[in-house]
Design a protein around this ligand. Structure first.
Ligand code: C5P
Length: 400
């Protein structure tokens, strides 16, 4: 891959894995990227700045104040010029500082100042990595859009085995490339994505709805569009900006969403039904505000159309991807829906888990395919989860 014209800032912390990042910088440089390295004071105890300077052919930033040539504007200029910021190895210390917004050296200051995507690659003792505070910080940062790589499991420097090793430099570079140059593997695919809740009116001032935020569906639309698909997003009422390049159709009720999906369906290849469509609506919508009385009130509900089920009967060669938000019997219920709605894939998530489901920026999903295969994913940002769903789709199509 050619990274010419791309600027990567690599923040290097102190740890036994520091030496492996030399290889990351070398590979990025060979691929044509301009690489600037910022080292913490501890990183310099493991590897000298000279090593990174020789490979990056650029001055290495080591200190805020000892290097008058750079200290005044460097953190802002590096923060601005970066197309991607990698922190590797990321220690518990830098993760904690970033989570708390602390900026007390060049690396933490530049990280706080940057608007570039940040890829954090933790490497530390496995007990440190498992520590609840470190995990909480990671989860919080993921929710804010910071990207993380999972450490490898294996033999640690101290002789024991566990999860905490820096991933291979080749994997880090591969991940960096996919962020810098998103693959265009969905070019030519026409995709309809639904998102958000529906609102079922009771009277002019009241409605029935659910807690869906629309974040998962919007993430799928954004990820698909970035990967080259033509995306129509049919959204219930949510407060999210439409991703660039995506055609937005706003709907309110399940009936409206039904109509919009039906009219877009013929011209699509894939339907991703992430909306939380209300199963029922009031049998009658009062023209005027219903007045309270001294009695209880009974609201009669009638069934809404099951949009996905209906499309399952007329899908032809199209791919149907459904979502299954559950509070119990997750896999069993999801598998049943896949069958009943004639889907190709269903994304199951237990909305009772912390960090999963409605409203959060993260999700914990399991992807079940028609052939029965299951991909069980850890907690990740909804955008990352969206990419994993699209990866599964591409893999499924390739195997067909
Ligand atoms: O049956 P359940 O509502 O749990 O199924 C969830 C899947 O079906 C989701 O993909 C959702 O968007 C879709 N659905 C639908 N129409 C409904 C209810 C759900 O398309 N009325």
């Amino acid at each position: 891959m050619d990274l010419k014209g791309k600027s990567v800032v690599v923040g290097v912390c102190g740890g036994i894995a520091t030496y492996k990042v030399v290889e990351v910088v070398s590979r990025l440089k060979k691929m044509g990227a301009e690489v600037d390295v910022i080292m913490t004071a501890n990183a310099q105890k493991f590897v000298t700045p000279l090593t990174f300077r020789s490979l990056s052919h650029r001055p290495v930033v080591t200190d805020m104040f000892n290097d008058p040539e750079y200290w005044d504007i460097k953190h802002i200029s590096l923060a601005k010029k970066a197309d991607l910021f990698i922190v590797a190895p990321a220690t518990a210390n830098i993760i904690g500082k970033l989570a708390a917004g602390i900026a007390d050296d060049m690396l933490s200051t530049t990280l706080v100042a940057t608007k570039a995507p940040v890829l954090i690659v933790p490497a530390m003792n496995h007990d440190m990595y498992a520590n609840a505070v470190v995990q909480r910080n990671i989860e919080m940062l993921r929710g804010l859009g910071y990207m993380f790589m999972e450490p490898d499991t294996g033999r640690m420097a101290e002789g024991t085995s566990g999860k905490g090793r820096l991933p291979e430099p080749s994997s880090i570079v591969e991940r960096a490339c996919s962020i810098l140059c998103p693959k265009q593997d969905l070019k030519g695919i026409r995709m309809v994505v639904t998102a958000g809740p529906t609102r079922e009116n009771i009277d002019p001032v009241r409605y029935l709805s659910n807690y869906s935020s629309g974040k998962m569906g919007y993430a799928v639309a954004r990820a698909a569009s970035e990967r080259g698909a033509d995306v129509v997003l049919i959204s219930g009422p949510v407060e999210i900006e439409c991703p660039e390049g995506v055609q937005l159709i706003r709907t309110t009720t399940a009936d409206e969403m039904h109509e919009a999906v039906l009219s877009s369906f013929e011209n699509c290849d894939v339907l991703v039904m992430a909306a939380a469509v209300a199963d029922y609506r009031p049998a009658e919508v009062s023209e005027f505000k219903i007045k309270k009385t001294d009695d209880d009130m009974v609201l009669r509900l009638v069934k809404n159309p099951d949009i996905l089920k209906k499309l399952g009967t007329m899908k032809g060669s199209k791919t149907l991807i459904g979502f299954s938000a559950e509070t119990d019997n997750l896999m069993e219920n999801a598998a049943k829906k896949l069958e009943a709605k004639n889907l190709d894939m269903i994304v199951a998530n237990d909305v009772t888990l912390e960090g999963a489901g409605f409203g959060t920026d993260t999700n914990i999903i399991k992807i079940i395919r028609r052939d029965g295969s299951i991909t069980d994913l850890p907690l990740m940002s909804k955008l990352e989860a969206a990419h994993r769903i699209l990866d599964e789709f591409c893999d499924m199509v390739a195997k067909d």
